[in-house]
Design a protein around this ligand. Sequence first.
Ligand code: FE
Ligand code: FE
Ligand code: ZN
Length: 279
Amino acid sequence: MFYIGCHLSVSGGYEHMGKEALSIGANTFQYFTKNPRGRGSKEPTPEDVAALVKLLEENNFAPPLAHAPYTYNPASKDENIREYTTEAMAKELRFLEAIPGALYNFHPGCHVGQGLEVGIQYIADLLNTILTPDQNTTVLLETMAGKGTEIGSKFEELRAIIDLVNEDVRGKVGVCLDTCHVSDAGYDIAGDPDAVFAEFDRIVGLDRLKAIHINDSKNPLGAHKDRHEKIGDGFLGIEGFDKIINCKAVKHLPFYLETPNEVDGYAKEIALLKSMRKE
Ligand code: FE
Ligand code: FE
Ligand code: ZN
């Protein structure tokens, strides 16, 4: 099964995202847990979430991927920001328990000021505070481009965070690999995805990899910029994506587009990727 979807807006509610995904040929989707524009985003009702869960089951969807807001910074040197992030993420995780097998992706954070090691410890502290051994949601650290003081652009940094997570909840932690970000971070994911996934396996372990953000990049390998591009229009190129989506190591995982598109553009990219996929 090829699980492919894209980023959708949560503003029309949960069931609405499922219906929108179906209408564009997707069998999964990603959404921000809070509307980044803030205003007007109502709390979802239990009925709305239950209707989505029914739709997911009936249509054999891969779990939807909830993405934490960019305003969170688990690695901040400001204790108030860390506390705010911890409380907000804990609340979102409690809510996500209503969706079986839910995935929750977040940016590990920026260590502005206090250094990489302290930042890594703060991220692990946050995970040790919010994770419980009986939760059904898996929390994913996203691989980052390495812009500014971003943590998580090297596989070793992700491994260091996971190693500091308590053993009883470590199974609730995974990774979401973003193809634009890893290329910007210097991993040649378009040229030799097998080698990059082998390196990931050696350092983090492929069993931790739960999702792929599938994006082209406006910038060349190692640029540390994080500017997404439409599939085939950037430096990764169409041949790169042909290799990536057919890679044995990751074929079974859900792929989520975060390319600069409206819904109709996503529909075209999903159709394109499906045509390139060898089952
Ligand atoms: Fe992200
Ligand atoms: Fe991403
Ligand atoms: Zn990005």
